[in-house]
Design a protein around this ligand. Structure first.
Ligand code: AMP
Ligand code: GLY
Length: 429
């Protein structure tokens, strides 16, 4: 049997708990470390005393502690080049280089790569001057989409129905996001249902994982403010023939283009697509696994995640078997009352074990911490991701909601319509 390796995973959300759990199930997994981790992750791993965005600190600590693989969950350390620092020490790393992570770190960079790769996406113009940008927006008029170029923690996109909203968005992008708003993109509004596709790649081979769909708005009926994601399912049942192949081909072209440009993209590439009447078009790329998409994709994936991640790093992904059953997964996010606005923390959570004991259910921790006596406490806006896997979409959905009822904490809040539109059909998605 191949030797075990010790692994350091960076991040603290539901995505990282799902990654950690899947990594822990590999026969190759040795001792597991996390930085910073959350209440659920601490049940599987020990905390490494490093700042996840400090590449030198992460790489030095990993070298001194015999780490054989560093897995980077969130975008900020990727864009900060933590992967480069780790690889410079000769340690395997899952996650793209700082340069390759510009696919997420700069929307303009991603648009330029897409143009060279012939990847369909919304028509756009970029601006570094607010007056010129506002003038252009007045000329085109709403509906139109305004985006801050850089990382803005999911807040830098304004989908404006009217010219006035768009102009307010232009001002916000140029003033509210620091350096991320030095460049602002104005783009055509696309229409259709959305679909996310995660793919693993070693820079040459690209293996699509399952499709999934997030629910970004806070309230039922896609009302209320945008959030980090309120629920998700996989696969997406409303794809038309050929759409998965088209999305995969677009992502492969992008990875090939980056390689031709001298940039090896290895890790997870997240394609956010709009399924327009002219075929799938790219809304955005992320340089990492999606959150909460990972919490429905990984439980359905049949693969040794440690082997797959090592293969992404060393260019042998085509050798790793990755297969899928025909089951379905639905995950409902339990949040603290008030999220995405202000909310309270430190509430005791009960019932997680009862929920986990249900058939097909896994509760991933997002914003939790362990109290002094080991009790699980709320510690964030998105608290838990309640995932159920079942042979049918309807069964997975019903089981996830049944599990949500077992869990309790003061202020527990969730959407009741996760996945409903998928059942109703394509025209409603
Ligand atoms: P992004 O972070 O670029 O994915 O944007 C966040 C959300 O804004 C997407 O999931 C879409 O719902 C919406 N969006 C982004 N770009 C467009 C576009 N060009 N047309 C319509 N909606 C968009
Ligand atoms: N669920 C959206 C994202 O991970 O960016």
């Amino acid at each position: 049997m191949a030797e075990k390796i010790d692994i350091l995973l960076l991040g603290a959300g539901g995505r990282e708990h799902a990654l950690l759990k899947k990594l822990s199930e590999s026969p190759r997994a040795g001792k597991l470390w996390v930085a910073p981790g959350n209440g659920g992750m601490l049940q599987l791993a020990e905390v490494a005393p490093v700042n996840q965005e400090d590449g030198d600190q992460v790489a030095t600590w990993a070298a001194e502690n015999g780490i054989g693989l560093v897995v980077i969950g969130p975008e900020a350390p990727l864009v900060a080049g933590v992967g480069d620092a780790v690889r410079a020490k000769g340690i395997a790393c899952f996650g793209p280089s700082g340069q390759a992570a510009q696919m997420e770190g700069s929307k303009e960079f991603a648009k330029q790569v897409m143009a060279r790769a012939g990847a369909p996406t919304a028509a756009y113009q970029s601006f570094t001057d607010e007056t010129a940008c506002a003038e252009y927006v007045r000329k085109l008029g709403g509906p139109i989409v305004i985006k801050a170029d850089g990382l803005a923690a999911g807040k830098g996109v304004i989908v404006a129905a009217t010219t006035d909203e768009a102009l307010a968005g232009v001002h916000e992008c140029f003033t509210a996001f620091g350096d991320a708003g030095n460049t602002v993109i104005v783009e055509e509004m696309l229409e259709g249902p959305e679909c996310s596709l995660l793919a693993l790649t070693d820079g040459t081979t690209l293996v699509p994982l399952a499709t999934s769909q997030d629910h970004k708005r806070a309230l039922d009926g896609d009302k209320g403010p945008n959030t980090g994601g309120m629920g998700v399912y996989s696969p997406v049942p409303i794809l038309l023939d050929g759409e998965l192949e088209q999305m995969t081909a677009i992502m492969q072209r992008v990875v090939d283009q980056l390689r031709a440009d001298g940039i090896t993209y290895s890790g997870c590439l997240y394609g956010g697509f709009m399924l327009t009447k002219d075929g799938p078009k790219v809304l955005e790329f992320n340089a990492r696994f999606g959150d909460p998409e990972t919490q429905v994709v990984l439980p359905r994936m049949q693969a040794d995640l440690v082997e797959a991640f090592l293969a992404c790093d060393n260019g042998t992904l085509s050798d790793v078997p990755i297969t899928w059953g025909d089951d379905w997964a639905v995950s409902v996010v339990l949040t603290s009352a008030g999220y995405p606005g202000s909310y309270e923390k430190g509430k005791v959570i009960t019932g997680i074990e009862d929920a986990n004991a249900m058939d097909g259910v896994t509760v991933y921790h997002a914003g939790t911490a362990l109290g002094e006596n080991g009790e699980v406490l709320t510690a964030g806006g998105r608290v838990l991701d309640v995932t159920a896997v079942a042979p049918t979409f309807e069964a997975a959905r019903a089981q996830s909601y049944a599990a949500c009822e077992k869990i309790d904490f003061e202020g527990k809040t969730f959407r009741t319509d996760i996945g409903l539109k998928a059942i109703l059909g394509r025209e409603n998605l």
